[in-house]
Design a protein around this ligand. Sequence first.
Ligand SMILES: *Cc1c(COP(=O)(O)O)cnc(C)c1O
Length: 328
Amino acid sequence: MNYLQYIRNSYSFIELGKKDIHFFLQKLTSENQKVGLDEIVDATISLHLKREDTIHKMISGNKFRKLKYTLIDFLSSNKKAILTFGGAHSNHIAAVASAGRMCGIKTIGLIRGEELITEISNNPTLRFASECGMQLKFMTRTDYREKTDPHILSKYVEDMGDMYLVPEGGTSELAIKGCEEILDELDASFDYVCVPVGTGGTFAGLLNALQPHQKGIGYSVLKGTFQKEIIEKYASNRNYLLTDDYCFGGYAKIDSELIRFMNNFNRNTGIALDPVYTGKMMYGIYEMIKAGYFRENSRILAIHTGGLQGVEAMNHRLKKKNLPQIDI
Ligand SMILES: *Cc1c(COP(=O)(O)O)cnc(C)c1O
């Protein structure tokens, strides 16, 4: 197993030298995997999944893309630590903590909800972040709403001048640049590129990288399509559709139909999905295929953005409610 494979397959509690960091960051790629559609349509449409989830076990694919240029920028700054924000199960928090551990960068996570301070060992994301050496601080929900206000921040962090701030979810100009690299030249053969949408940063980067004949489809995982503002701020390509038809009522909301779909998909393809992002996107793609949205002979590329680190916590919740759990 080479170094890169080792990093991808392990939780990577190894620290890289500066040269290795650049090597690792430059080498990020993922494979496209064809998914059979025989059970749902006559196969004139083909569907491939870009396995960004294989980039790293704990750093969701798109979160790593979003962090790449931020990490490079941090390394050339003279700030002492990366400070960022997130909720209890945030893929972004897990990604920053893990990248920090790997690159020998000090990280601080401001977490929404002061009650979580006693829950670190019960919460898979917070436990992992803490094991990576991320310093966790817990904000009240009221403060969290104004979290980037310097007065609020100073209540939690003393030496703000030494901090390199990364926004919640990691969306920034540098993040968009990283997401533009998800697609490579061979992906020009696809007609549609699909991705789950949280803040819209990943979708904006993808839209910038699309060819004129390609249409982007974003599946909002929250109620509403307000991410249009972010998308159109960072991308000039308007050949896209953004829908919240498959958001299942809102962020992290799920039902047994979605779980059944995800587990079926996993059984048929061997690919695990997460319930917050990729599960909803795949569900939406299948529904749109069945409804005849895609032209005949279309080639669809869906981005598996990762997010699998969040499944354990969701399964805890499902178990408590006596509901079927998600296969992983
Ligand atoms: C954060 C995240 C997204 C959404 O990315 P945005 O850039 O915020 O739209 C999609 N999939 C996974 C797995 C994520 O963790």
